[in-house]
Write a protein that binds this ligand. Sequence first.
Ligand SMILES: NC(=O)c1ccc[n+]([C@@H]2O[C@H](COP(=O)([O-])OP(=O)(O)OC[C@H]3O[C@@H](n4cnc5c(N)ncnc54)[C@H](OP(=O)(O)O)[C@@H]3O)[C@@H](O)[C@H]2O)c1
Length: 297
Amino acid sequence: MRRAALGPEQWEVSAQGLGCMRMGLARKPTDFADAADVIGHALDRGVTFLDTAQMYGDGYNESLVGRAVRGRRDEVQLCTKFGVIVHPDGTWTARGDAAFVRQSCDANLERLDVDVIDLYYLHRRDPRVPIEESVGAMADLVAAGKVRYLGLSEVTGDELRAAHAVHPITAVQSQWSLFSRGIEKVVPVCAELGVGVVPFAPRGTMKRVAVDGTGAQLPTERAAFSAGLGSLARKYDATPGQIALAWLHQRARVWNVTVVPIPGTTRADHLDENIAALDIVLDDDDLSRLDGPPASA
Ligand SMILES: NC(=O)c1ccc[n+]([C@@H]2O[C@H](COP(=O)([O-])OP(=O)(O)OC[C@H]3O[C@@H](n4cnc5c(N)ncnc54)[C@H](OP(=O)(O)O)[C@@H]3O)[C@@H](O)[C@H]2O)c1
């Protein structure tokens, strides 16, 4: 597995990560064994950049991931998030005041059962709290040795600049794929500041495209695009999801940013397929074709 250097610190991580969210959101007896299998396989294949969050199963997902990396902690770049409170009715509120930052981190560490979190993200910006306060409190966690690097999820370019002025931000995590390009407004700011980009849902709607082949249920423009993607996938002897991942990796060079996608999977064979996308080299014509519509979903 290739390595990538994230953020101003040039922190070395695997060039592609693993989203662990769906490995367990609500307690099921098989979760731990399944998560440990997939995470063990990922580490064996060199995929060491693991993504979880307090929000996933109200901390349950963090405890699964923490148990799965026990004994192999040194191989892993462990990334988690705080700052979203999910209510019983399923709605959520962002919270980012300094007291909450401190309290959250201790709980994240306990659930993961580690001494330090490698990358700690503010999951969503709290609109009632200046981002400088949230990031200032996160910087205190770095100084205290509880966290190594700081990240933000789904922020604007202005929020990123304000945060980065308080403490270097290593990565921004946002949705980015062929089908969701809103973050491309923020990517130039990441490039300017040397901040890495961690796209979530990087395969976009690939699962559905792969299944129905034509994207028939999608709006017309996207359906046409999906059909084109299918023929491109055949040309490269790949799946549409692999083409989507390859496009992100190659686009990183044009945007002049380090991009480390974190496709989520609960299956070792899907993980292998996603890793193989790193070897696909799209030619310039195909890249430009993929750069065209559809814009953001
Ligand atoms: N910052 C945020 O706000 C935010 C939001 C959402 C997610 N995230 C993070 O980002 C991660 C990645 O997001 P994601 O949408 O890619 O992952 P995800 O939500 O974990 O789900 C990915 C889906 O794609 C399927 N899949 C993956 N590889 C496949 C393959 N090769 N062939 C067919 N199906 C495949 C998975 O099914 P199988 O399990 O069957 O492979 C799963 O249904 C999440 O796990 C989470 O850690 C962050």
